[in-house]
Ligand binder design. Structure first.
Ligand code: KG4
Ligand code: ZN
Length: 332
């Protein structure tokens, strides 16, 4: 059984083929970094135009890499939301056209569920319920995952997403876009204790996050010190504070919910300091931490295939009325 998945929620045009819900046959991703780089963030109109140019070559690329033709595809999964509406519509229109012409079942997938299900492509030892931190360019959420499709929201960011903070700080420091990978790398050359940036903690016991104060603190530091600082020290100091907030609140939620397994998901889950710090801190509390390979943390269609396959098995089908939902919530 071959499932073709399509993902265009933000600035990656992606397609993948999953065999029998288990075996990745292809995973093709076209990023748009060079288009959005000069703006320091994604420009929605440019993103959807680029998706239009890339969608057919990327789908063809995924089929070719899988060694199959469109006639051998048995079902199609596509990201319905959340994301940029103009970007989502390109993938949805392509998926609907293919499903209609080839008379194939179509499954709609929540992008955040895709990020969470990415771990199931690589691990079979994760037991429900577990805690997941989904941290990407557009989202920072903590959920208790009750089973494949049931989620209990525990906390979320009240302002910027974690990845957005990395991107904005990189913009302040003129490091390019996306900021996460550059700051991750540069931090290794910096002294994380040289500058202490503030961590936002809520006194009401909530499991929410806030990153805008940290971003502003970095901006104020840069403005106050002009050129009298080492960029790597700022990167390392910022990363320490951001990672600290993510680790503290995630572990707090795991303890509160009595969960011993934590799954990291989304682009920020690539961060080497986050992976290491979360693992160490969790181990001290007798908890385990899991995260997918980097290519499955950032946006890709294989994770959409994995999540879509499960919904396909349950008999879920989308029809030709399927529309993008920019603010789609998990479990909706
Ligand atoms: O999941 P993703 O590819 O797209 C969204 O759904 O948003 O996440 C992209 C985000 C960007 O903000 C990027 O800067 C961040 O993930 N990111 C990282 C790292 N790699 C990517 N953040 C911190 N450290 C990294 N190594
Ligand atoms: Zn994503």
């Amino acid at each position: 059984m071959y499932l073709l998945a399509i993902e265009t929620s933000c600035d990656e045009t992606a397609a993948a083929v999953l065999e029998n819900g288990e075996i990745p046959r292809s995973n093709v991703v076209a990023t748009q970094y060079e288009i959005h780089g000069r703006y320091g963030g994604v420009v929605p109109e440019l993103a959807s135009r680029r998706h239009l140019e890339m969608i057919i070559p990327i789908i063809n690329g995924a089929l070719k890499e899988a060694g199959i033709t469109l006639d051998e595809v048995n079902a199609i999964a596509v990201t319905r939301g959340p994301g940029l509406v103009g970007s989502l519509l390109v993938g949805i229109s392509a998926a609907k056209a293919l499903a209609y012409v080839k008379q194939l079942p179509l499954v709609a997938v929540n992008h955040l569920e895709g990020h969470i299900h990415a771990i199931f492509l690589e691990r079979k030892d994760i037991k429900f319920p577990f805690i997941t931190l989904v941290a990407s360019g557009g989202h920072t959420h903590l959920y208790k995952v009750l089973d494949f499709h049931r989620y209990q929201a525990l906390g979320r960011t009240r302002d910027d997403a974690a990845g957005e903070a990395f991107d904005k700080v990189a913009k302040i420091l003129n490091l390019g876009y996306p900021g996460g990978p550059v700051i991750d790398k540069l931090s290794q050359e910096g002294n994380e204790a040289a500058i202490t940036f503030p961590k936002s903690i809520f006194s009401d016991g909530s499991l929410d996050f806030s990153f805008s104060g940290l971003k502003t603190a970095v901006l104020n530091y840069v403005l106050a010190h002009k050129n009298g600082y080492k960029v790597a020290d700022i990167a390392a100091g910022f990363q320490r504070a951001a990672v600290g907030m993510l680790v503290d609140t995630t572990l707090k939620s795991a303890a509160k919910e009595n969960c011993l397994q934590i799954v990291l998901a989304g682009g920020v889950a690539c961060n080497s300091a986050l992976r290491k710090t979360m693992k160490q801190a969790a181990q001290e509390k007798g908890m385990e931490v899991f995260y997918p390979s980097p290519a499955l943390c950032t946006d890709n269609a294989l994770m959409i295939a994995k999540a879509g396959y499960h919904r396909f098995l349950q008999g879920e089908r989308a029809d030709m009325e399927l529309n993008a939902k920019a603010d789609l919530r998990l479990g909706e």
